[in-house]
Write a protein of this length. Sequence first.
Length: 294
Amino acid sequence: MTQYRSGYIAIVGRPNVGKSTLLNRLVGEKISIVSRKAQTTRHRITGILTEGGNQFVFVDTPGFQTQYGNALNRAMNRGVTQTLNDVDVVLFVVEAGRYDAKDKAVVRLLPKDRPVILVVNKTDQIKNKESLFPFLAEVAADYDYAAVVPISATKGKQTSEVLAEAARHLPNEGLMFAEDDLTDRSERFLAAEYIREKVFRLLGDELPYSTAVEIEKFEIEGAMRRIYAAIVVDRENHKAIVIGKGGESLKRIASEARQDMERLFDGKVYLEIWVKVKSGWNDDERLLKSLGYE
């Protein structure tokens, strides 16, 4: 019988360094939404990988937000800080060739009493590979890292090295989840995230930050899932933008989200989406809790 080492591993960093892409690459499924826009992750997402006698329980966090002070971002920052206090290992992700005050703000939050692995992502975008060496030395000088691993999460380069380094620090806890579990999040939650990803990918630069997704009904009939969801917006004029001319934007969001869900759930999905206005939702503590934000 295999004796498993297992532990919680936080993935932290400033917005848009590729934390969600790394989580999805390590787990092998799209557990966390991915967008070129910064600040798409709002919840702690747990992805689980069990292999080689190790169970890695990854916690993806929102990029630490310093620009805005509304209730949504305060809740997200609380999530980052709490996560760092609850895990066994931390993966601190920075972007190759870019290290600034926003990264250093995260460094100041890193725990002194547990191993932190520096993960330098997007190395595939650096044309002069020799320039990486002085960059790695500069970043590594700011903290006593357990290891430094340059990677490309999108290409899958060196990500196995991240696992190998993290495995060295896992406690001998035995299995915390079933061997074939990929996440501790419900299908209902993942459905909402897939819809929200399409809003981020398909709409303008600012509007997605004023939207949330509420699953109003989730029914399973054999292999079929019937999902009824509302995209929540802050203003009436935002509603028209989400719907689009002749309903085209909303149809595309629904179609692409449904296809992703069918792949993940391995079955047919009937998805119905509409848009509703809840003014000031992202600065209303009670409303945020009703939408799943702690």
